[in-house]
Design a protein around this ligand. Sequence first.
Ligand SMILES: [Mn+2]
Length: 418
Amino acid sequence: MKNSCYSVLNRSPEHLIKEIILVDDFSDHPEDGEELSKIHKVRVIRNEKREGLMRSRVRGADAATASVLTFLDSHCECNADWLEPLLERVAEDPSRVVCPVIDVISMDTFQYIGASADLRGGFDWSLVFKWEYLSQAERQSRQKDPTQAIRTPMIAGGLFVIDKAYFEQLGKYDTQMDVWGGENLEISFRVWQCGGSLEIIPCSRVGHVFRKRHPYSFPGGSGNVFARNTRRAAEVWMDDYKHFYYNAVPLARNIPYGNIADRLDLKRRLHCKPFSWYLKNVYPELVIPTSEGGPGGSLKQGHSCLDSMGHLLDGNVGLYPCHDTGGNQEWSLTKDGLIKHHELCLTLPMYAKGTTLLMQVCDGSENQKWRYLEGGLIRHSRIPVCMDSKFHAQRGITAEKCDSSVESQRWHLYNHGH
Ligand SMILES: [Mn+2]
């Protein structure tokens, strides 16, 4: 902590640092803060109770008097000349939110390990952050000019510079998120969709100590807090694409995420673009699971999967323990509502409840059109019947009156390779 402060003070031009605000999130050792507040330019703010990262950061930002904010974690070491390239980008255009390259400081030995600058931040449909290599074309262009900014769909989290007025105009952080996690996702969607941009500036490097585990416990378990925060981000920013997240993380469907009316209001007020715009313009590499020709998937109920049982044309289908290797369990739900097993489509041969579904040649007829609903129901597009497995042992999968409380009608779409 002390070293973090000294690295900021010693490796930045004096006139560019107005103050260092440390937020003590109700730690067990208030005397540490008192000690740190003796350092030149350091101001310590102590929370009255444990607030978590988002509310603490907003509190620190509100207390800041400079016109540009630099967020850092307490376990960082700023490298030589780290600050100027970041401030320059923001001075040129205050809607840029910029990050340094994050080098790795070993948790065990404190060894400083330089990270590749050919990386950017991305994610898959589980909405977990990951580093990914730049495309061939981007790497080549970087070889010509290694100083150029790298556009990134997502920021890793803690370390970035943002114009203070822009941070406020954009709605700071979602202060109803708890503890930690998911806030980087939320701010990344928000910046891009509401007219800003996110960049990694390769001329700036800051070391960060990566912990193997969290230093404190999460109330309700870390998975639940993470899912709650992530749900808040998905519900506000992802429009209908949130269903791909729920398909990838079915448990998240049951986690209450609180009230998001304020955030939706903010989104309207700022005239933010839809998630489809973000996918098309910022992150076209993220594969949409149901697109035609995409990787096949499976339809799961607990540990069982929808299975062709080796039947062919005009055969029925059943449930079988999932083996996750495709084959008879490979299904894709296409954009136009077909449920395909290779060239066959799951068909409702008669418009009557209790009818057994059959695999027939895909012909685009209405008997083959389905809709995947929130909660996992798969409803026929014309009549209110849903795919049900309750008679699978006797008759195969049948179409029954839709009822979201029935386990045998709830299906989770999994996509291989994601
Ligand atoms: Mn950290």
